[in-house]
Design a protein around this ligand. Structure first.
Ligand SMILES: *[C@@H]1O[C@H](CO)[C@@H](O)[C@H](O)[C@H]1NC(C)=O
Ligand SMILES: *[C@@H]1O[C@H](CO)[C@@H](O)[C@H](O)[C@H]1NC(C)=O
Ligand SMILES: *[C@@H]1O[C@H](CO)[C@@H](O)[C@H](O)[C@H]1NC(C)=O
Ligand SMILES: *[C@@H]1O[C@H](CO)[C@@H](O)[C@H](O)[C@H]1NC(C)=O
Ligand SMILES: *[C@@H]1O[C@H](CO)[C@@H](O)[C@H](O)[C@H]1NC(C)=O
Ligand SMILES: *[C@@H]1O[C@H](CO)[C@@H](O)[C@H](O)[C@H]1NC(C)=O
Length: 329
C-alpha cells in the first residue's frame, strides 16, 4: 500500500516535472528577483553524485512546498552531501508558495549548472542549496532589495517613521513566535496620521524557522540596516536575505495624486535610469516586470559590494540592489 502510494507520488512528481515548462500561468504571477550561482563554491560535473543528490533535494522541496511556508532537505554523504531549503513569504497562500517553489527549484537547477551552492529569490519565495551546512546560521549575503523609484509620502519624516516601525516589527516577530501560524512572521497595517498628511503603512517581517530568536533578531536587524541605507525614502521596498525578509509599502491618502505618472525628482539615491544595459546577463530578464500594474520607468542596479555591474532600463518604476558574495563573505 505504502509502496504503491509512493510510486504514485513519484509518477506524479515526474508528471509535474514534465509539464512544468507549460506552467506559464503560475510563473507569470511570480516576480523573479535574482539568481545567485555562487562562483566561489566548488564545481560539480554533469551526471555526478552531487548533481543526482541536488535533484533529489530539489524534488523533495518541491513536494513539500504545498505543506507549509518552510522546509529543508538533506541527502548524500560528504563530499556529495546536498542541503536545501525554501522559505515562502508568510502572507501568500500555500498554493502560491507551492507555485513559487516549483518554479524556483526548476529555474535554479536549469541556471546553476555546476556550482555547488546557489540561491534563487522571488518576491514570494527563496530556494537555496549548498554542500555546506547552513541550518541555524545567519547569512547576511547574498541579499536582494527591490524598491520603488517613487518617493514615500511625508518625505521629511518618513525615514524615521519607517525605522521606528521596523524596530517594532522585529520585536514582535521574535518575541512571540506563536502570534501567527507561520513562525517568526508578523504583519502590520497602520494608518499613520501626521501633520503633513495621512498614509497607510503596511509592513511585514519574517525569519526562517531554523533560526533561534536571537539569530532571527540579528538577521532582521542586518536586513533593516541594508534596506534603510538603500531606500528609506522609497514608497515601498522589499529585502530578501537567505534567512529573513522585510517589506513595506506606504500609500498616501491625502490630496497629492499618485506618483506613478510623474517621474520622481532627481536624487542621488535613485541613480538615473538612463544608462543602457552593459552586462544584461547578470540581471533578471525583464518579462515579469512589464506588467501594466506597475507603470512608470524601471531600472535594475546589480551591485557587488560597491561595484556596479550593470543597469537595465525597462518599463517599471522599481529598482534592484543586489549584493553577491562580495568582500566579507
Ligand atoms: C568552476 O568552474 C569555472 C569554469 O566553469 C571556473 O572558472 C572556476 O574557477 C571553477 N571553480 C572552482 C572552485 O574550481
Ligand atoms: C535562467 O537562464 C535563462 C537562459 O540562460 C534565462 O532566460 C532565465 O531568465 C534564467 N532564469 C532565472 C530565474 O534566472
Ligand atoms: C547564530 O548565527 C551565528 C552566525 O551564523 C552562528 O555562529 C551561531 O551558531 C547561531 N546560533 C545558534 C544558536 O544557532
Ligand atoms: C506589536 O505587538 C503589539 C502587541 O501585540 C501590537 O500592539 C503592535 O501593534 C505590534 N506592532 C507591530 C508593528 O506589529
Ligand atoms: C527541517 O524541516 C522540518 C520540517 O520540514 C523541521 O521539522 C526541522 O526542524 C527542520 N530542520 C531545520 C534544521 O531547520
Ligand atoms: C536614511 O538613509 C540615509 C542615507 O543612507 C541615512 O543617512 C539616514 O540616516 C537614514 N535615516 C534613518 C532614519 O534611518
Amino acid at each position: 500500500m505504502i509502496q504503491s502510494f509512493s510510486s504514485l507520488f513519484c509518477f506524479l512528481s515526474l508528471l509535474s516535472l514534465l509539464f512544468s515548462t507549460s506552467q506559464t500561468m503560475s510563473q507569470a504571477d511570480l516576480i523573479h528577483m535574482s539568481t545567485f550561482c555562487n562562483q566561489f563554491s566548488d564545481n560539480f560535473t554533469q551526471a555526478s553524485a552531487y548533481e543526482a543528490n541536488r535533484d533529489i533535494v530539489l524534488t523533495s522541496l518541491r513536494l513539500r512546498s504545498s505543506l507549509g511556508s518552510y522546509s529543508n532537505a538533506t541527502t548524500g554523504i560528504t563530499p556529495d552531501i546536498v542541503r536545501g531549503m525554501f522559505l515562502c513569504r508568510g502572507d501568500i497562500s500555500l498554493s502560491s508558495c507551492s507555485d513559487c517553489v516549483q518554479t524556483a527549484t526548476l529555474e535554479i537547477s536549469r541556471n546553476c549548472t555546476h556550482q555547488k551552492e546557489a540561491f534563487i529569490f522571488y518576491e514570494e519565495c527563496m530556494v537555496r542549496y549548498s554542500d555546506s551546512s547552513f541550518f541555524s546560521l545567519v547569512d547576511e549575503r547574498p541579499y536582494i532589495i527591490r524598491y520603488s523609484l517613487s518617493y514615500a509620502p511625508n518625505l521629511d519624516r518618513f525615514p524615521q517613521t519607517l525605522s521606528d516601525k521596523m524596530d517594532e516589527l522585529i520585536i514582535n516577530a521574535t518575541s512571540s513566535p506563536s502570534l501567527s501560524s507561520t513562525p517568526y512572521f508578523v504583519e502590520s497595517e497602520e494608518r499613520v496620521k501626521q501633520f503633513e498628511g495621512s498614509f497607510d503603512l503596511d509592513s511585514l517581517a519574517q525569519c526562517s524557522p531554523d533560526l533561534d530568536p536571537r539569530n532571527c533578531t540579528t538577521c532582521l536587524k542586518l536586513a533593516v540596516k541594508e534596506m534603510l541605507e538603500c531606500c528609506n525614502q522609497s514608497r515601498w521596498a522589499q529585502i530578501f536575505t537567505p534567512k529573513c525578509l522585510l517589506r513595506y509599502e506606504a500609500t498616501a491618502l491625502s490630496s497629492p495624486p499618485p506618483p506613478s505618472p510623474s517621474p520622481p525628482p532627481p536624487s542621488p539615491l535613485f541613480s538615473p535610469p538612463s544608462l543602457l544595459p552593459t552586462t544584461p546577463s547578470l540581471v533578471p530578464s525583464p518579462p515579469f516586470f512589464m506588467r501594466p500594474s506597475f507603470g512608470g520607468s524601471f531600472s535594475i542596479n546589480a551591485i557587488n559590494g560597491n561595484e556596479i555591474f550593470g543597469r537595465i532600463f525597462i518599463a517599471v518604476m522599481t529598482a534592484y540592489v543586489l549584493t553577491l558574495f562580495g568582500v566579507g563573505m
